[in-house]
Design a protein around this ligand. Structure first.
Ligand code: NAP
Length: 280
């Protein structure tokens, strides 16, 4: 068995990326890392002002950057995002489906509308945007789709049911795509970060709970996640679990011994997740 990686995207310089959720947090750091690799980038999120600030900063790296204010929950805006990117930048070689929202809450208390919205923003928009981008990648014979999932998609934690369901969906979607696209020149990867200790969703939860995850669950940084995005494209990795300490052995154990796995996850995460879910 030979692992050649995505031969069409080993060199990122001069290629074009579309990054959603680029206005802050992980998306902003990923976009910056891609611009440093010499990629031209379309930045998408709802906050146009934040996108413009980032675009101005990244243009200093001598790459073409456009900011396209977009609500990924609106299909018409997704269509327009793809059309504008193709018109302005000529191609989409890399799509990073990063926009996402958290939904940590006791499941019986969560508003039904919030369930639908979380699935829509995290999962449905990923599928729809990919659906609009993929025909162009296939016609060009090259491309890569990176889906920003989470360790919550690898094993659903207590009080994270809706978020975990959306992220597990992103991982399964990536696996199906890879099977379908094999040898087409286009591929897909899922990134499964642990909690990023330097910004984003986790920071908000930490503020809410007044403390972080226990050390043995670990964490990661937005920069490490950005490096994982680049690695996943260059080496065509199916999925990368980004966390220190390494969690893949734990997930493997959970698969092989589900009852032991659920005990381990409960012991290590239950108290933190319960605090994260308490908003009153
Ligand atoms: N931080 C972590 O610890 C962690 C761990 C694992 C996975 N992740 C995943 O990583 C991704 C980024 O998370 P983050 O921590 O960087 O979160 P964040 O700081 O809250 O940023 C979320 C980004 O998504 C955008 N977004 C949210 N709703 C949107 C919508 N309807 N339309 C367009 N853009 C939207 C936000 O921009 P606007 O508000 O301007 O629209 C923002 O740019 C998410 O998918 C998250 O699930 C994060």
């Amino acid at each position: 068995m030979k692992f050649k990686g995505n031969v069409n995207l080993k060199e990122l310089r001069g290629r074009t990326a579309l990054v959603t959720g680029a206005s802050r947090g992980i998306g902003q750091v990923v976009a910056t890392a891609l611009a440093r690799e010499g990629m031209n980038i379309a930045l998408a999120a709802r906050s146009g002002e934040q996108l413009e600030l980032l675009a101005t900063e990244l243009r200093k790296l001598n790459v073409r950057i456009i900011a396209i204010p977009t609500d990924v929950g609106d299909e018409a805006q997704l269509k327009r995002l793809v059309e504008t990117t193709l018109r302005e930048l000529g191609s989409i070689d890399l799509l990073v489906n990063n926009a996402g929202i958290e939904a940590f809450r006791a499941f019986h208390l969560i508003e039904p509308a919030d369930i639908a919205n979380t699935i829509h923003v995290n999962l449905t928009s990923t599928l729809l945007l990919t659906r609009y981008v993929l025909p162009h990648m296939l016609a060009a014979g090259r491309g890569h789709i990176v889906n920003m999932a989470s360790i919550s998609g690898k094993y659903g934690p207590a009080f994270g049911a809706v978020y975990a369901a959306s992220k597990a969906g992103m991982i399964a979607f990536t696996q199906s795509l890879r099977g379908e696209l094999h040898k087409s020149g286009v591929s897909a990867s899922a990134i499964c970060p642990g909690f990023a200790h330097d910004g984003g969703i986790y920071e908000v939860i930490k503020e809410r709970t007044g403390r972080g995850m226990p050390w043995y669950v670990g964490s990661t940084s937005a920069k490490t996640i950005a490096r994982a995005v680049i690695k996943s494209v260059r080496y065509d990795r199916p999925d990368l679990v980004v966390n220190f300490p390494a969690l893949r052995p734990v997930f493997t154990l959970c698969q092989a011994f589900p009852r032991l796995g659920e005990w381990i996850v409960r012991q290590t995460t239950f108290r933190f997740m319960k605090r994260a879910a308490t908003r009153e």
